[in-house]
Write a protein that binds this ligand. Structure first.
Ligand code: 13P
Length: 262
């Protein structure tokens, strides 16, 4: 398994990271316009922040052709739980790596809810990603119903069991994104206190299996983050950046978001 050093704590690396998850949006020409607009931003060129673009996988290679430098990296939105075989329509982690991805979203709530991904499949995808040299960005989060029932922590703890797929490798080889399902796409992010409490829980939970790991992985929040709330959310202790859906798709909106965050 490859160990990536791009994973120090926010205390060590104050730079904020924005992960743009386009979901099922975009086109080849849109990729070109977007990459050109974002990578020329002073906020990125100066190293104040980093952006990871996760377009539909079919545009990865094209995006790689436009990217210059290291401040704009590429991620894939999903990988297969298998490495190869008769699995029509699947894309393996190694294929995504070859196409230019260095990160992989794993276990996004839309994959879990709409495509039936189980915790076991998420664990297999974490393992596949790490073996291929991708940093898995594991997405976890509770439904509104689970939140109302006070089940947030047990649900997150269960979803974090996929870390076992790393077989004792340092947790710094993956990133974790907390995306409460009740916030995604609503325009209403979780409240700061809520995010802080959950971030502390996740760090403590990960540290309970390895005490040195509490601050040794990157932690993200996702759910209705946009230019209007990024500045306030960007100050939250222990949150290294944001996983953004809707506000990341249009270049103008992404540029405004980058400017608001720095
Ligand atoms: P929105 O930013 O549109 O709420 O989506 C969040 C998300 O699901 C990113 O992965």
């Amino acid at each position: 398994m490859s160990i990536n050093q791009n994973s120090l704590s926010s205390a060590v690396h104050p730079r904020k990271i924005l992960i743009a998850n386009w979901k099922l949006h975009g086109s080849g020409s849109h990729v070109e316009r977007w990459v050109q607009a974002v990578q020329t931003l002073e906020e990125i060129r100066s190293g104040q922040m980093q952006v990871i673009l996760c377009p539909p996988a079919i545009w990865l290679e094209r995006a790689r052709g436009y990217v210059q430098g290291e401040r704009l990296a590429l991620g894939v939105q999903n990988v297969s739980a298998q490495s190869e075989g008769s699995f029509t329509g699947e894309i393996s982690a190694a294929m995504a790596f070859e196409a230019g991805a260095r990160y992989a979203l794993v276990g996004h709530s839309e994959r879990r809810r709409l495509f039936g991904e189980t915790d076991q499949m998420v664990a297999a995808k974490v393992e596949q990603s790490a073996q291929a040299g991708l940093i898995p960005i594991v997405c976890i989060g509770e439904t509104a119903e689970e939140k109302r029932a006070g089940q947030t922590e047990p649900v997150l703890a269960r979803q974090l069991e996929c870390l076992g797929a790393l077989h004792g490798e340092p947790v710094s080889t993956l990133w974790i994104a907390y995306e409460p399902i009740w916030s995604i796409g609503t325009g209403i992010p979780a409240e700061a206190g809520n995010i802080l409490a959950v971030a502390a829980f996740i760090r403590a939970h990960v540290a309970s299996s390895d005490a040195t790991m509490r601050n040794q992985f990157r932690l993200f929040y996702g759910g209705s983050v946009g230019a209007g709330n990024a500045a306030a959310l960007g100050t939250l202790e222990g949150v290294d950046g944001f996983l953004v859906g809707g506000a990341s798709v249009e270049a103008d909106s992404m540029v405004a978001l980058c400017r608001a965050l720095v």
